[in-house]
Design a protein around this ligand. Sequence first.
Ligand code: PEP
Length: 257
Amino acid sequence: MNRKYRKTVIAGNWKMNKLPSEVKPFADELKTLVPKQKWCDVVICAPFVDLPAAVKAFRDAKVGVGAENLNENEKGAFTGEVSANMLTDLGVKYVIIGHSERRQYYGETDFSVNAKVHTALEAGLNPIVCVGESLEQREKGITLELIALQVKTALSGVSADKMRRVIIAYEPIWAIGTGKTATAEQANEVCSAIRGVIRDIYGARVARSVTIQYGGSMNEKNAAELLAQPDIDGGLIGGASLVPEKFAAIINAANQD
Ligand code: PEP
């Protein structure tokens, strides 16, 4: 973390978990466990149907609510899809874009990610843009080139001004939901390389201020060590964000003086 230059953001990704009726009990418990977050922003990204309940439950807690996806088109004949304006109309502030599960199961590509980033920014949402390598790619030694390409494509055409609202989440695919965490050094190496790519495109000032999260089996035990790294500005947390005590412990790790 480097709180002097950029925000620390702890974001939960509930994936396809939690019923709308389970949102308020979760929020009540989290609010008791974390009465105020001093140093970091907290976000809960929830399934579409949970969003109205989440916006209502977290309104008084300064917890931002995010979606897990959006459609890149403004409106129209796209059965089953959800637009950016539908999200903002609800009071949603963030959206995860290009999560590896969407790339793997729903055919999302760096190009569709780029289109969605533009749509989200146009609508006033804060995109959390996911990038990450597979185990095979890591073992072949091409992680940094691959991530650089993902970042450059995802951000293609995004202005320096709009970059202030973009969060990048480095999520090695081999660490998501597997219990295998990247070491703090491995995670920081890639987050630092991502900052370097942003520096090449936008210059030092933008690079210094962009929030770059780590995601991949971050939990209450390893969060402090990961967050102590200079280029890791928070976390995107799947499994551990479903349990208030675990998620609160990660928030508290980010809140340490
Ligand atoms: C994720 O879904 O983005 C994620 C990092 O999941 P987990 O924390 O469960 O590995």
